[in-house]
Design a protein around this ligand. Sequence first.
Ligand SMILES: Cc1ncc(COP(=O)(O)O)c(C=O)c1O
Length: 469
Amino acid sequence: MSRDMSYAGVLSRRPEIMKQAAGLDFSLFESGSIAFDYERMMNEAGFSIEGIQKIQSEHGVGNTPIIELRNLTALARKLAPEGKGARIFIKDEAANASGSFKARRASTAVYQAYKLGYKGVVTATSGNYGAAVASQAAMYGLKCIVVQECYDSRGVGQPEIIEKARKCEALGAEVIQLSVGPELFYTFLAILEQTGYFNASLYTPFAIAGVETLGYEIAMQFRERYGKDPDVVVATNAGGGNLTGTARGLMKAGAQSKIVAASVDLSGLHMAADSQFNRKSFTTGHTGFGMPFTTWPDRTDVPRSAARPLRYMDRYLTVHQGEVFYITEALASLEGLEKGPAGNTALTAAFSLAQELDQDQMIVVQETEYTGAGKHIQPQLSFARENGIELKFGDPNDEVPGKNIILPSHPKLIKAQDADLDHMRKSLIKNALSNYNLIPNDADIKFLAEETKTNVDYVRKAIHNLINN
Ligand SMILES: Cc1ncc(COP(=O)(O)O)c(C=O)c1O
């Protein structure tokens, strides 16, 4: 009997398709309610830090350098109050195979596919992860299919996304390019079903465990070189795996560093809207992903996401597009380093944050990514202009996403803004209640306290206010 390949038919088979392609039975960790056993799920991913380090070191991943940005620190000190201006460092993740930290995530995912005997891997991403999976799959001799949301309905694609498609193809992947919309998930499911390949999701415990080495290495490298952990680690945040894995790795090393998330502020732009798809200059590390995923992580392609950033973040800073372009150029002209947009988002936040901290404190920007072709400032700004975005110099605080990009007329105008974490915590609790539609039990309340890095009293009070307002 032939299978029903209509949209509704394929989506109705989602649970079986996902189970067959996940290599992991998520139901083992479920409680039947809001709570699930997150730590058990992470442990049963079956990787120790040493185990991951071995897999990664044999596949061109990890052990990336730390570089101090002395000139950028000097500029921050010029703008900071007396005695302020923390030292800024980067962890150069562009040195990984495929050019970004996503290689860490792909290394464990593809290893797992190989170990379980899958013949190939499929991933749905428009980002660096596609290239990372393609690169790791090539090393293991596995087939790789990348499903990308690339174009708007006119068939026009963002330079960065097109650049990443080329990179995936260069690394031997078959790339399926789609226009923005619900087609992506349908195509992804249909391919998984037809090929029987592994779902190299960004959000499995394997993938997130792969990022733990990033945090662990930071602690070890700082202890060896400076005799202490960095005071602050800034992570660019979108779907939350970068921050989650890094924070967990730091904790496994016993580090007490503060964890700060950073995203480009794209508030007001609708990510899924065809008309707005090409009105942004950043394809990841922005609030269009960062906010929804932080306040509800389980909107991914696995039943329970292993990326749960609100459990770990101490602060969430947003920066403007124009500020990140400025810092990207400053990094090149002051430090002689050309890096890509996502890592420079965290660097922009760090440049602002350094001015609040004492000079003997150390901030590490936990990752950089490669740059080139479509990721560069020039194609991005030309594309923005072609799409009707006004470009000018001025105060980046006046920037309106989708309308203009304001390059700071002076570096003193670069000021990261605090997102309201309290509001985000309450949003997560609200989302949990509305998604499960039940009265939370004691285990759920404890779980929500862990999810929001608060305590049971905070959660009970938030629930009380939600029910009574
Ligand atoms: C280079 C780089 N940095 C940061 C991020 C954000 O990571 P996450 O989605 O895990 O928050 C991405 C993801 O697209 C990325 O490619």
